[in-house]
Design a protein around this ligand. Structure first.
Ligand code: KDG
Ligand code: MG
Length: 408
């Protein structure tokens, strides 16, 4: 069996999904997602210029050797661009493998460890009242777990992942007005004074059963993060995410020494090596890699197994920048992973997305239910795709009030 061709498509409803389609000489094709939010043209070019020419003629069933060829075989290894591109190839090869075997991906991984997988939704509010409405809407829809982000009184602009105006459009992760970023202003003191009480109010309003998550988005210094994690202990968070930037991983020890609040990190990681210390020294409770940025299903399985040895559970990244292909690959992993924790879930523009990526995967009462179709179980409608093209977009940048550049 041989790979005969591969095509890359960039575009989608409200997003720049990077979709890879690999064709074989037996009529079976595989699909992968290489979307790297706000840098989408780069994995697309990496695929077209460097990886696809090598892929033609390879045996698609040799997914392990092909992964090693592109990762180990490259002199300059890794990085988010290359890993998103390799990740798309890996997903497409597992898709082909499942289609040849006539089995859904989860069966190739080892079968189901659970019938369905717990999801968390994103509740956001311009202010606390707005946030309570947002949480209530998800609870009414059946969600058992909700990430809560709230505007901070007195903060000059909207803070991370909160709408800039009451019930404003919640598409906060990409601004498609061009590649020059907008600026958000951050004030740690205001955040530290407001957010622990706000989280406590959410707990008081919704009771002990709701799983509450919160994302600090790398904004705190290690000592501040330790203080925050200790302050929110009575809330009983499901997790506190990205309390500090994870470049300085030893800093995470300070949080552990002062608090039992569960910590989740990893959405920007693109290698098992970035996960290794945090997992093996048991400095985190949840590993947040995405199957796209981590380089596909092959290395994600290894991260999952490493995590399993150290009581670390999964909480794969699932921001709307991931296409339904990688979300479905994660849905398969989630029903298999023995040390599963939770899955982030947020899909914008569901109807248009469903037309572009038809599938039988579904969500019910805050749980994801995986399709039994062979492979990853998501198709790609090239006719639908013809209406979309790349739109330049950006993440905001963050500055302190005095102008100092801070972490987004
Ligand atoms: O591209 C950046 C987003 O994926 C990120 O801001 C979302 O932090 C995020 C999350 O937890 O989903
Ligand atoms: Mg996050």
């Amino acid at each position: 069996m041989k790979i005969t061709d591969a095509k890359v498509f960039v575009g989608g409803p409200g997003k720049n999904y990077v979709t890879l389609k690999i064709f074989t000489d037996q009529g079976v094709y595989g699909l992968g997602d290489a979307t790297l939010n706000n840098r989408e043209t780069l994995p697309a070019a990496y695929l077209k210029d460097y990886l696809i020419p090598c892929l033609i003629g390879m045996d698609p069933r040799k997914s392990e050797d092909i992964w090693q060829f592109f990762y180990r075989g490259a002199y300059f290894r890794g990085g988010p661009v290359a890993m998103a591109a390799i990740g798309a190839i890996d997903m497409a090869l597992w898709d082909i493998k499942g289609k040849i075997a006539g089995l859904p991906l989860y069966q190739l991984l080892g079968g189901k460890s659970r019938d369905s997988a717990l999801l968390y939704a994103h509740a956001t509010g311009h202010d606390l009242e707005d946030l309570m409405d947002s949480v209530a809407r998800y609870v009414d829809e059946g969600y058992k777990a909700v990430r809560v982000q709230c505007g901070i009184p007195g903060m000059p602009t909207a803070s991370y992942a909160t709408p800039d105006g009451k019930h404003a459009d919640q598409d906060y992760i990409t601004d498609f007005s061009g590649i020059i970023p907008k600026t958000e202003i951050w004030d740690t003191d205001l955040y530290m004074r407001f957010m622990p009480d706000a989280l406590a109010e959410v707990r008081a309003r919704f009771g002990p059963e709701l799983h509450i998550l919160h994302d600090v988005h790398h904004r705190l210094l290690p000592r501040e993060a330790a203080e925050f994690a200790k302050a929110v202990e009575p809330v009983g968070l499901f997790w506190l995410e990205d309390p500090t930037p994870a470049e300085d991983q030893s800093a995470l020890r300070l949080i552990r020494q002062h608090s039992t609040t569960p910590i989740a990190i990893g959405e920007v990681f693109h290698s098992i090596w970035q996960c290794n210390k945090l997992i093996s020294e048991e400095l985190i409770d949840f590993i947040r890699v995405a199957v796209t940025y981590a380089g596909g299903i092959t290395p994600t399985r290894r991260i999952v197994d490493l995590a399993g040895m150290h009581h670390v559970r999964t909480g794969f990244h699932g921001a709307p920048s991931h296409s339904p292909i990688s979300m479905a690959a994660q849905a398969h992993l989630n029903v298999w992973v023995p040390n599963f924790g939770i899955q982030e879930y947020l899909v914008l523009g569901t109807d248009a997305c469903g037309a572009l990526f038809p599938s039988e995967h579904s969500v019910k009462d805050g749980f994801s239910i995986v399709s039994d179709a062979p492979g990853i179980g998501v198709d790609f409608d090239e006719k639908e795709a013809a209406q979309y093209s790349y739109k330049p977009g950006s993440h905001p940048v963050v500055r302190l009030k005095d102008g100092t550049l801070w972490n987004y």
